[in-house]
Design a protein. Structure first.
Length: 82
């Protein structure tokens, strides 16, 4: 969050934090899109966070018995599948 504030250097830092970075106003997905368009941010890290968000959303918003398949692997060996 601090890096985003420094990048934009908003004149009204408090308003920027409470409005633009507010989760109820600007979604996490929208914030990720903003970060993807800033060259100094690591896109690999953003992709990892996006994968985590997608996984979280699958558990939070979809009926698991009908829409999600979960497979856990470790070094190519399947540990379990649901």
């Amino acid at each position: 969050m601090i890096s985003t504030i420094r990048y934009f250097s908003p004149a009204k830092e408090h308003e920027f934090k409470t409005i633009v970075l507010n989760s109820s106003i600007v979604s996490t997905g929208a914030k990720m899109k903003i970060l993807r368009n800033i060259d100094s941010f690591d896109n690999k890290m953003i992709s990892k966070v996006q994968t985590l968000m997608n996984t979280r959303n699958a558990f939070a918003h979809l009926p698991l018995t009908k829409s999600a398949t979960i497979t856990a692997t470790n070094k190519g060996e399947t540990l379990f599948g649901i």
